[in-house]
Ligand binder design. Structure first.
Ligand SMILES: [Zn+2]
Length: 271
């Protein structure tokens, strides 16, 4: 590519990125804690940024988890955990945090690394509110090139890049990993464990990114939760925002307790 061509390509790409920029968030009040500085800015090539951050990931002292996979807790008690994939997303994340605060519930947010780089303050808000921040890959690969078809180096980079981005934003390296788009194989599970993370599955899955599902349908699905279950939802779903307060109130009225993945991991099922 000539330098003129590459300049044109950059301008076009920058234009595309610009189209996807969300509305500016409300500025922090002057009393808020200083926001962490991003270590890198999003370029037009998330895979390049992923690899740069992965190379900086400090995994000194990282040990494999007690078990590689977490499907839920082995219990007959009415306890379950809540998880939200695909954040952080401006406005959506704040709304979820507000619902959880109102219900006095702690959850786990599986975050996409490239969005963590873009929104480090939002990522820190999640952690500061007492929720667990998990790893949901760096680029959220889907389609033909996904976590189950990538080679070993790329799988590791998807995980390490997000570990580094989350650590930079929150000071804490993730202990839980959820594959993007459900694409998983033994290489993914083993690489996650080698990076100190349990791969988290579970259910019920609210299927809340499906536009055909109403809030009532999502709620009906997640009301099927069993003792030790891991409720699976997404950041960016209006149906979830609509049904979540009602769902949490119903669970509470029925004697359920929402616990964290740390609590479930202590009594993990072995399947
Ligand atoms: Zn996802």
């Amino acid at each position: 590519m000539t330098s003129i061509q590459s300049l044109v390509a950059s301008v076009v790409l920058l234009g595309l990125v610009g189209c996807n920029q969300p509305k500016a968030t409300t500025p922090e009040p002057p009393t808020a804690k200083p926001a962490p500085k991003p270590t890198a800015s999003l370029t037009d090539d998330p895979a390049k940024l992923r690899d740069e951050l992965a190379a900086k990931d400090d995994d000194t002292g990282v040990r494999p988890p007690r078990q590689a996979k977490l499907y839920g807790g082995k219990t007959t008690e009415k306890i379950c955990a809540l998880t939200f994939d695909d954040g952080p997303k401006p406005e959506w994340t704040e709304k979820l945090l507000a619902v959880l605060k109102e219900a006095d519930v702690k959850a786990t947010f599986f975050l996409v690394g490239k969005q963590v780089v873009q929104y480090p303050e939002l990522t820190k808000k999640i952690a500061d509110a007492g929720h667990i921040v998990g790893n949901h890959t760096f680029t959220h690969p889907q389609g033909d090139k996904n976590m189950a078809t990538m080679d070993e180096d790329e799988v590791a980079a998807e995980m390490k890049g997000t570990c580094r981005a989350v650590q930079d934003a929150t000071g804490v390296r993730p202990k839980y990993f959820r594959p993007a788009g459900g694409h998983v194989n033994s290489l993914v599970i083993n690489t996650s464990a080698a990076n100190g993370m349990m791969s988290v599955f579970g259910g019920p899955n609210g299927d809340d990114t499906n536009p055909k599902k109403t809030a009532e349908m999502v709620e009906k699905e997640i009301m099927k939760v069993k003792p030790g279950g891991i409720v699976w939802l997404h950041t960016g779903s209006q149906q979830t925002l609509d049904c979540l307060p009602r769902f949490l109130a119903k669970l509470k009225a029925d004697g359920w307790k929402i616990v964290t993945l740390d609590d479930l991991a202590k009594i993990a099922r072995s399947d």
